[in-house]
Design a protein around this ligand. Structure first.
Ligand SMILES: [Zn+2]
Length: 333
């Protein structure tokens, strides 16, 4: 698929950074080894001299066979000496070569004139990051989630307290993130404002990203207005590109569904994205303040029955935690 030129430029830059980093690290390793074993520097210098001499010999065209053989023998002896020094210090044989991120393309992004897989991966990752920039990723973690804010009251119809229940929700989300793979079941977080739905979905996003998966985290109002703006300002190919990323990433998290300004366009776009993911079995996590009935009124029974049928529903109970935190801060300050 195609991406915008900004994405390509950013990915190229990141690739160049990788290459420079590998070379910089080599310089540091080499300098350190020179200090510890000065003989290594001499060997490397002699090896350079030999290759210069060999080049000259070829150019002079004189009786070069004998001379070249002598140079090659000298070079091999020196290389052996160098290898012995590295082995003697338990250093890898490639210690004095750049350690590239990708062995196939040596962090150039190309192999034999074709784009390397690592570059394709990097471009996709860059495109995800661009979409995630509009979200508060990295602000939340499981560690900063506290069930203490949830009331110690009996849960409706159940024999446990809300606090105890929410501890269970936290445990479930942690396990979900730790065990996540591209076939994981989707989830829907339901409940009022300020009950921790965003906190836990951001925490899942963070863990799953750290585990190397491609995650896009969007709030429904942000992403849908972004798609709509692109569609109606003559940038429908960019809109397409965004939609495809949302359909293809390993995990899509749509926060705050139902708070967006609903139009025919946003309804259709949402249906398209969610339906494509559900059809291909790709996981999605949705959080919403709406009840099932309100969702049906907003998005129609067709989409909602699919969502409810395919996603595991997690209910959030309690009081508005953001409000409680504000009160707590006010009284402790
Ligand atoms: Zn590569």
């Amino acid at each position: 698929m195609g991406y915008s030129s900004e994405i390509y430029a950013a990915a190229n830059k990141a690739m160049e950074q990788r290459r420079l980093l590998a070379e910089e690290e080599l310089d540091q390793r080499r300098a350190l080894l020179y200090r510890q074993v000065p003989r290594v520097q001499e060997i490397e210098r002699e090896l350079v001299n030999i290759s210069v001499a060999a080049g000259k010999a070829v150019l002079m065209g004189a009786d070069k066979t004998v001379q070249l053989k002598r140079l090659r023998d000298e070079s091999l002896t020196l290389q052996k000496e160098l290898a012995d020094i590295l082995a003697g210090r338990s250093l890898p044989a490639a210690y004095l070569e750049p350690w590239y991120h990708c062995k196939h393309c040596k962090d150039t992004g190309n192999v034999d004139g074709r784009m390397c897989d690592c570059m394709k991966h990097l471009i996709r990752q860059t495109a995800y990051e661009e979409l995630n920039r509009i979200s508060p990723l990295s602000l939340c973690s499981f560690e900063s989630f506290s069930a203490d804010y949830y009331p110690d009251e009996q849960l409706p119809m159940r024999e446990r307290t809300i606090r105890d229940y929410m501890q269970g929700v936290l445990r479930f989300c942690r396990q979900y993130a730790d065990a996540f793979d591209e076939y994981a079941q989707g989830l829907i977080f339901m409940g009022g404002t300020g009950l921790g739905k965003t906190h836990l979905s951001l925490s899942i996003a963070q863990t799953v990203i750290e585990r190397g998966f491609g995650v896009i985290y969007v709030s429904a109002p942000n992403i849908l207005s972004r798609l709509e703006t692109k569609q109606f300002s003559g940038r429908s190919s960019e809109r397409n590109e965004d939609e495809q990323l949302l359909q293809e990433c390993d995990l899509l998290i749509v926060d705050d569904l139902g708070t967006e300004f609903v139009t025919k366009f946003t309804q259709a776009a949402l249906y398209n994205i969610l339906n494509t993911r559900l059809n291909s079995g790709k996981p999605v996590i949705i959080s919403t303040n709406l009840s099932t009935k309100e969702m049906e009124q907003t998005y129609g029974g067709r989409l909602v029955s699919r969502i409810v049928g395919m996603l595991k529903r997690i209910d959030f109970y309690g009081n508005d935690i953001r409000q409680m935190k504000r009160v707590k801060n006010r009284t402790t300050n």
